[in-house]
Ligand binder design. Structure first.
Ligand SMILES: Nc1ncnc2c1ncn2[C@@H]1O[C@H](COP(=O)(O)OP(=O)(O)OP(=O)(O)O)[C@@H](O)[C@H]1O
Length: 892
């Protein structure tokens, strides 16, 4: 009926901003009905436009001209008030001109009114209005759109945004499902920003970049994707930092091209994106804390973040911490055996085992059957191929911490160290692995921190954050004896898949214990059935306590090791807040705990010989690497699943240079005692294949032994007569340190006296160690630490009448516990001297790793850590997931 008008609608319809004409038509009705009193506001039209496309109303029985008149009147009427202003603005030109020049933005912008205030030819006016407005609107759009997008519709823009998000999400490991959720948000953002006005289109189009680069709080694209509600940033009372879930590091961060802080904030998203976030961790102990009464709460979002209140905690705790000579070279570790013993008493292994089991069961419930297949056979672990990170999930929950009774005291600063252990993926772990593997739910974990010794310079350190800068990685280089270990492959697989290894790749099952510089957790590498002992240290804590060097020393030493009786370090990574060591997990507990389980709380001589022999080999190896261990004690000897040992804890060790020396027979250094106290005394054989005939035993007499201890020179003279062959000494026998380091009952006299010490301190501690294994106590223990130290320096060695110990054993102990280091057995040629002692007669050193270890008590089941079942509720900082999105850290 009105082709011209219809034509106009059709032509103008598609042009944004021209639909107001249609609306004007609608308004016309209202104008008529309401007589101009209820004109819809431009805003309402805008809203209408936003919600739907306007439709052209036709079918009215009006002439074109009539319609146009009404329309024009409507426009005129509606804009009169504003038009006045416009007219003034426009100035003096004819209204028609104004109408033609000024874009009519009815319904587009309230700010700009319609400048028509005078009747003109309807067709002229309409044409002018429409064409002018349409062209101007189009021009405006073109100008406002980025290059290359001028022709893009809003839908196209959203599609592009969607694609961007999907790409980024996929890059960050977000599953499609997760991405969808995010997509909705992105769409909303886009629509919102573009719906207000065409002017905002530009902003909408730039959403991705703008978000990623400017919104630090939601910095990374991933974070932008993550819905805001999931990202709960909780600040510590101190409001000084936000802690998020540990996440990816290094390379991933660089992908986002964001600042570190931004990355940190977005990290949680990363975690969630991979689907295995930290939230799967049951507990994490970032660092040891002083006897704690303070509580620190951090939230770690599984999808969103990790919240912590490290600063506050630290400060609070700090005030309650006992003094700790941060820089003091006196690093004395109180014997922590009490802790172990108490732990055991308080929480039986069975309890812990069941606890673990329960946790695992819960996890299993959450997991689908497909994910609960058993794993690890023997000592290898098999990476679960074909399973996406995002599909993997969570860990168990219960956090059993072993309580640590601190007994001591105070010489110097307390120190405890971290321990490591070997084997993984064993049968006993299978159950746990299954359970853990099956847990898909995002669970809460706990991070607790505890100080295990009394010398406490512990404090809380709590900050747990995402790994942002991986400073380390796999340490698989040059580890011959472990080269076939599938755990290397598992680590490499993850590194290759994600570019780097981070805390988020691990499920933490439980805390194994806390030391001076960090806490150790039993953890599974997500997607594999490989268990590791993960030592987590809080960088800030280390720095504030000046313990960073200790952590560094430990890591450096661990990186050097490749020995069956020493821990393997598979990887290490560091973020701004945390430093982590990925080590072998040792399920058998430590020798101190094991000794407590012996009939008389002491080992049989045969068992003791086995353990000290393996320790001796480990010490010898360390010495050859230039490492003086300095902290030998039963607590640091972990028992592997197969019953062999693993010497752990190197944060107090001394690194020094070694200059292998060939000792000629003519020198005055050759050990004469071998003839008396060692099987090789009269032979020219050199370890490790020395199997001395029993006929040498008669030569070994107390009288001669005592003579050995008299003077070095006498020994040398004798040695020169019986040992003509030169011998290679590759141990740092001349190394010297003045640090006051060790554990009171194990401190060597020269350390206490501050005379400087070298590798001979390890032979002193070796003697104390053997003594304790055999007698169930140390020889110089006093009523207090000071008494103990005094006894070490001045008290003569005595042997209890019970239990009965062989003369050979006592002779070896005597040779080792010589107060003057230069006269001490081992001080000249190192382990070789000791190995040749009669106590070890018949021992095949080379094959000892294949020997059958002493039988472990039944309760010392090598399942998931009996040793770690105790929860030290008073000293640990715990991390726990509070839901899918948050984890909390609490310091108890
Ligand atoms: N590889 C491991 N496997 C099993 N348990 C371990 C392992 N490493 C350490 N642990 C346990 O974790 C506990 C804490 O270890 P960590 O090395 O932090 O402390 P520590 O050696 O006791 O303390 P410190 O370093 O202060 O001497 C130890 O008591 C040890 O029993």
């Amino acid at each position: 009926m009105n082709p011209p008008n219809s034509q106009q609608h059709k032509v103008m319809g598609p042009i944004s901003g021209t639909c107001e004409i249609v609306e004007s038509t609608e308004e016309l009705d209202s104008v008529h009905t309401s007589k101009g009193t209820n004109l819809p506001s431009p805003r309402s039209r805008m809203d209408d436009k936003a919600g739907k496309h306007l439709t052209v109303k036709t079918g009215r029985n009006h002439s074109v001209e009539h319609d146009l008149n009404r329309l024009f009147d409507s426009i005129n009427l509606k804009t009169t008030s504003k038009g006045l202003a416009m007219s003034h603005q426009v100035g003096k030109g004819p209204l028609r001109k104004n109408a033609l020049k000024k874009p009519i933005r009815v319904g587009v912008s309230q700010a700009s009114g319609i400048g028509i205030s005078e009747s003109v030819s309807l067709k002229q006016a309409l044409r002018g209005l429409c064409i002018s407005q349409a062209s101007e609107m189009a021009a405006t759009k073109r100008l406002s759109k980025p290059a290359g997008l001028s022709g893009a519709s809003e839908a196209g823009t959203i599609k592009r945004l969607y694609r961007t998000v999907v790409v980024e999400a996929s890059e960050s490991g977000l599953s499609i499902d997760e991405g969808k959720g995010s997509l909705v948000e992105i769409s909303l953002v886009s629509e919102r920003s573009s719906s207000n006005s065409s002017d905002k289109m530009t902003e909408s189009l730039q959403v991705p970049k703008t978000k990623s680069s400017n919104q630090s709080a939601h910095s990374s694209p991933r974070l932008a994707v993550i819905t805001t509600p999931k990202v709960k940033m909780i600040r510590t009372p101190a409001q000084d930092e936000i802690i998020r879930a540990p996440t990816e590091v290094g390379s991933e961060m660089s992908k986002t091209e964001l600042g570190q802080k931004d990355n940190l904030k977005s990290a949680p998203s990363l975690s969630s994106s991979t689907g295995d976030k930290v939230l799967e961790l049951d507990e994490i102990v970032p660092a040891p804390i002083e006897a704690g009464s303070k509580t620190l709460t951090l939230d770690l979002g599984q999808k969103g973040k990790l919240h912590s209140e490290p600063s506050l905690s630290r400060s609070n705790i700090g005030s309650k911490l006992s003094k700790s000579p941060g820089n003091s070279p006196r690093l004395v570790k109180p014997i922590s055996r009490n802790k172990n013993f108490v732990k055991k008493k308080v929480k039986p292994d069975s309890t812990s085992a069941s606890s673990s089991a329960n946790a695992c069961n819960e996890v299993d419930d959450d997991l689908g059957p497909s994910t609960s297949k058993s794993v690890c056979r023997t000592h290898n672990c098999t990476p679960k191929n074909g399973r996406k990170e995002s599909e993997k999930v969570s860990p168990a929950s219960s956090s059993t911490n072993r309580s640590i009774e601190v007994s001591s005291s105070s010489v110097g600063s307390g120190t405890s160290k971290p321990g490591f252990s070997p084997n993984i993926c064993n049968g006993s772990r299978t159950a746990v692995a299954k359970a853990n593997e099956s847990s898909r739910s995002r669970e809460k974990g706990e991070i607790s921190q505890s100080s295990k010794s009394s010398i406490g310079e512990y404090s809380s350190s709590t900050s747990i954050s995402e790994e942002s800068n991986v400073s380390g990685s796999s340490c698989s280089i040059s580890r011959p004896h472990m080269s076939k270990d599938l755990r290397w492959d598992a680590i490499r697989h993850v590194q290759m898949q994600h570019g780097s290894l981070g805390l988020r790749h691990f499920k933490l099952f439980k805390r194994l214990g806390c030391g001076d510089i960090g806490s150790v957790y039993l953890a599974e590498l997500t997607g594999t059935n490989c268990l590791f002992a993960l030592k987590i240290m809080d960088n800030e804590f280390l720095a504030s306590r000046k313990k960073m060097p200790r952590a560094q020393t430990e890591r450096e030493i661990l990186q050097m090791l490749d020995h069956p009786f020493l821990p393997t370090l598979y990887a290490h990574f560091t973020s701004d807040k945390l430093s982590c060591l990925v080590m072998e997990y040792c399920p058998g507990g430590d020798l101190h705990v094991l000794r407590q389980k012996q009939p008389n709380r002491s080992f049989s001589e045969q068992a003791a010989r086995f353990y000290v022999a393996e320790v001796l080999l480990a010490l010898e190896y360390l010495h050859m690497l230039g490492v003086v261990y300095r902290d030998l004690k039963p607590e640091n000897i972990l028992v592997r699943e197969d019953g062999h040992i693993m010497l752990s804890d190197f944060d107090l060790s001394l690194k020094c240079s070694v200059s292998p020396t060939l000792l000629k027979s003519s020198s005055s250094i050759t050990e004469p005692t071998k003839k008396l106290s060692g099987p090789c005394a009269v032979s020219s054989c050199i370890d490790p294949f020395c199997l001395q005939p029993s006929w040498q035993v008669p030569c070994f007499t107390p009288r001669l032994v005592s003579a050995v201890a008299k003077t070095r020179k006498q020994k040398s003279d004798l040695a020169a007569q019986v040992s003509p062959l030169p011998q290679l000494v590759a141990e740092p026998t001349s190394a010297r340190s003045n640090s006051f380091v060790g554990t009171h009952e194990y401190l060597a006299p020269e350390i206490i006296k501050g005379e400087g010490h070298g590798s001979a301190v390890d032979w002193w501690t070796f003697g104390i160690f053997l003594y304790e294994l055999l007698y169930g106590k140390t020889p110089f223990k006093g009523s207090g630490n000071e008494d103990t130290l005094a006894n070490v320096v001045s008290q003569s060695l005595k042997f209890p009448e019970s239990p009965l110990v062989s003369f050979q054993a006592r002779d070896l102990i005597r040779g080792l516990l010589v107060k003057e280091p230069e006269n001490r057995l081992g001080s000249v040629k190192g382990a070789t001297e000791i190995k040749q002692h009669l106590f070890f007669e018949g021992l095949n050193w080379a094959l000892i790793r294949c020997a059958i270890p002493p039988e472990l008590p039944k309760f010392c089941d090598v399942g998931i850590p009996a040793m770690a079942s105790q929860k030290n509720e008073s000293k640990c900082l715990e991390l726990r997931a509070t839901g899918e999105e948050d984890l909390e850290f609490e310091l108890f």
